[in-house]
Design a protein around this ligand. Structure first.
Ligand code: PAF
Length: 282
């Protein structure tokens, strides 16, 4: 049985009734099989699974898609039930921010200003603030985040470490369509032509990973990834394509690395990333 709660009071009562380990999966709804994989990973590790569904206004810029972001609660609940979630917390904006938008927000530090943060100023302040609030409200032993939002996962890990939050953060690999497209709630905005163009992102990552497997150095991996992007169906406009340290630390890249990409397809901005292993420099 999956219990749906909307208010903090209902959540507190539902949370108090859970004994043993609790795993939380935080979402903005519009759930797809990528989220289902997160729920199943939580189900395997924790005695109870709590899902949050909240489209967080704090992490949307003035010209972003807050109003048109898909809201599909009934279908989401069906997925939560199927995956064996115990509790779903779906608060209204006024439940999360009863005093209006908070004036005190978490500062993600320099990494929060890079990559996604460069294109979306204030985005990670909004993400970390809501994640911290949801951690306080749900008090989980474990929290599961998809690797698709790799910079978010990295920053949440750092926040938990830097602020001594007693929750283990678990990263879950990205789920892809058979042709390579990473699952995302925003894929439902894409027309058929845009969907074809969106494959340029995974093509870039694949080309970079293949180059690394052949022993290419960092510069050659990045060049191969650019060629992979350019060889896709035209229509995707690159925002960034970078090869960095696996912890997104600045400095020279060697060994475990991460290739990250963002691109616009029509009015939709998509992101993706892949683990890359660079051969040791001789
Ligand atoms: O990844 C998301 O869906 C959101 O950024 C999150 C973590 C639920 C915070 O609103």
């Amino acid at each position: 049985m999956t219990e749906l709660v909307h208010t903090r009071k209902e959540l507190a009562a539902a949370r108090d009734a859970l004994t043993g380990t609790v795993g939380v999966v935080m979402t903005m709804g519009a759930l797809h099989s990528g989220h289902e994989t997160l729920l199943r990973a939580a189900r395997e590790r924790a005695d109870h699974v709590l899902v949050t569904i909240f489209v967080n206004p704090l992490q949307f810029g003035p010209n972003e898609d807050f109003d048109r972001y898909p809201r599909t609660l009934d279908a989401d609940l069906e997925i939560c039930r199927r995956a064996g979630a115990d509790v779903v917390f779906a608060p209204a904006v006024t439940d999360m921010y009863p005093e209006g938008q908070p004036t005190v927000r978490l500062n993600p530090g320099p990494l929060g200003e890079d990559l996604e943060g460069l294109s979306r100023p204030g985005f990670f302040h909004g993400v970390l603030t809501v994640v911290m609030k949801l951690l306080q409200l749900t008090r989980p032993d474990l929290a599961f985040f998809g690797e698709k939002d790799y910079q978010q996962l990295t920053l949440v890990r750092r926040m938990v470490r830097d602020l001594d939050v007693p929750t283990e953060i678990v990263g879950v690999p990205t789920v892809r369509e058979p042709d390579g497209l990473a699952l995302s709630s925003r894929n439902r905005y894409l027309s058929a032509d845009e969907r074809a163009a969106a494959l340029s992102l995974s093509a870039a990552l694949r080309a970079g990973a293949e180059a690394a497997e052949r022993g290419a150095d960092a510069g050659a991996v990045l060049a191969a990834a650019h060629r992979g992007f350019d060889s896709g169906t035209p229509g995707a406009r690159l925002d960034y394509l970078v090869l960095t340290d696996a912890d997104l630390e600045p400095g020279p890249v060697s060994g475990a690395a991460r290739l990250l990409i963002a691109a616009w397809v029509g009015a939709t901005r998509l992101i993706d990333n892949a683990a890359i292993h660079l051969a040791p420099r001789s």
